[in-house]
Design a protein around this ligand. Structure first.
Ligand code: HEM
Length: 452
């Protein structure tokens, strides 16, 4: 039964619409939490002329992502802004084109494939730690970004981007900032990007393209089928009537970007939380020492590192890298007894739902025990969904979990990371949830564990 035209929400006058748009852009997280607390678990508001619905209740989230998934597409502003640099890759495609690209990429994420990536994940982490010096401060956000970008390039495309880490990191930050400005209807109408921002955006796209086309050209020149994702994409493109390297480029860049930033962010926040909770860090060091006893971790160790896994899950609860998921209704839909017109936007935020006291007592407390064996199954479906769900569930979910746990365990085996005092740590909710100023930490070498 449809109960009223709109659910509760901030006033619907034009003045309030503009005010709420401005407030939203100033502090998106605080704004969404405030309207959830004030109006409830389904809230209606505007940005510009669009009807927006914030959906916090797991049932509604399930409805959009699973039950009625075919009635929703990615939003137009998202596709316009991201499409500028991702082109027509998995992240922005919809409908049949999306299904086709997803089928093409899927084999690279099968269980056995992912297990084979473990050796790269661990050896690249060891290579990174070899550069760290006891007591020498570094930015852990930058370190994690360099590590995960090298891992995704090596595992999916057999490419070495270790010398490009700085360019990739800077380009990513520039593109995310430019994208956010273009999501903001008021700023887009009034000013758009400044000439300087536009130049920076074009330069970032050019720099990333140079790296991606280098990877593609090297593989084409080698004329070898390595059986990895890049070879699969090339074989599929070359079988087309009109082979398009642009399509291959779009998929490579999409997987490369989706596949490193998110994991780097969760690891960054995990190190931060561990430094604030030494009792949790102690338990991690104990688990890692007893399971690995000084040897390199393997995919088979995943089953024996439950505490490390719980830490990553709890970090993803508090700091879900993909903090917001948006969808646009392509036809009229019903959610929670309300009728949403075609063109309405559903805003779903793991960040907001994961911090809801109805599902997590004392929600702001960092407690890995929330994810002890069996506990997750007691939560309502979609009260925890850092990887989304339904047909567009993160294709890299198992890859990411294994990578994050193995990196955490490999580093915790040798180092404790201490937080530098007197630094400002802020969350920056761009497309992903970044640490705005990075996080400066000092590696403290642990005594050598006894070999098992
Ligand atoms: C902790 C790390 C990660 C998190 C939290 C995460 C989260 C997500 C979420 C929430 C989505 C759905 C977005 C939406 O529907 O709007 C998504 C999609 C996606 N993710 Fe991940 N992801 C992670 C790691 C990875 C990795 C390692 C890869 C690849 C190696 C990857 C590749 C993708 C791709 C290609 C999509 C688009 C899938 C589609 O639309 O069919 N992600 N991810």
């Amino acid at each position: 039964m449809v109960i009223s035209k709109y659910p509760p929400g901030p006033d619907r006058t034009v003045f309030h619409a503009i005010l709420s748009t401005i407030r939203q852009q100033q502090d998106r997280l605080a704004y969404l939490i405030a309207i959830n607390r004030t109006y409830g678990d389904i809230v209606h508001f505007h940005t510009g002329l669009r009807d927006i619905y914030l959906l916090v209740q797991p049932e509604y989230i399930h409805s959009v992502l699973v039950e009625q998934a075919d009635k929703f597409y990615k939003t137009r502003p998202f596709k316009r802004a991201l499409g500028k640099y991702l082109g027509q890759g998995l992240l922005v495609l919809d409908g049949d084109e999306h299904r086709r690209e997803r089928r093409l990429a899927q084999p690279a994420f099968h269980h056995q494939r992912i297990e084979a990536y473990a050796a790269v994940m661990v050896s690249f982490t060891e290579r990174l730690m070899a550069r760290w010096r006891h007591g020498h401060t570094m930015d852990v956000a930058q370190e994690m970004m360099a590590l995960t970008s090298s891992i995704v390039a090596k595992t999916l495309f057999d490419a070495d981007v270790s010398h490009d880490a700085e360019v990739i990191g800077q380009s990513m930050a520039t593109l995310q900032e430019a994208t956010i400005i273009q999501f903001d209807p008021v700023r887009r109408l009034l000013t758009g990007l400044s000439p300087q921002q536009r130049r920076a955006e074009n330069e970032a796209i050019r720099a990333l393209d140079e790296i991606i086309f280098r990877i593609i050209d090297e593989r084409r020149a080698a004329k070898i089928d390595k059986g990895d994702l890049l070879s699969m994409l090339l074989i599929s493109a070359e079988a087309d009537e009109q082979p398009s390297m642009q399509r291959v480029r779009d998929e490579v860049i999409s997987l490369f970007l989706a596949g490193h930033e998110t994991t780097a962010n969760v690891l960054t926040w995990a190190w931060y939380l561990l430094a604030l909770h030494p009792e949790v860090a102690d338990k991690l060091h104990t688990e890692v020492a007893s399971v690995l006893g000084g040897r390199a971790a393997t995919a088979q160790d995943m089953a024996h590192l439950p505490y490390a896994t719980m830490i990553i899950k709890e970090t993803l609860r508090l700091y879900p890298s993909a903090w917001v998921i948006t969808r646009e209704a392509i036809t009229e839909v019903e959610i929670g007894g309300y009728r949403l017109k075609a063109g309405s936007v559903a805003v779903i935020s793991p960040y907001i739902t994961h911090r809801h006291a109805a599902y997590y007592p004392d929600p702001l407390a960092f407690r890995p025990e929330r994810f002890a064996a069996g506990a997750e199954q007691t939560l309502p479906r979609f009260a925890y969904f850092p990887f989304s769900g339904g047909p567009r569930v993160c294709i890299g979910q198992s890859f990411a979990m294994m990578e994050a746990v193995l990196i955490l365990a490999t580093i915790a085996q040798r180092f404790q990371l201490d937080l530098m005092p007197d630094q400002q740590i802020d969350i920056e909710p761009l497309i992903t949830l970044r640490a705005k100023h990075g996080i400066r930490m000092t590696p403290v070498q642990l005594p050598n564990p006894v070999m098992a």
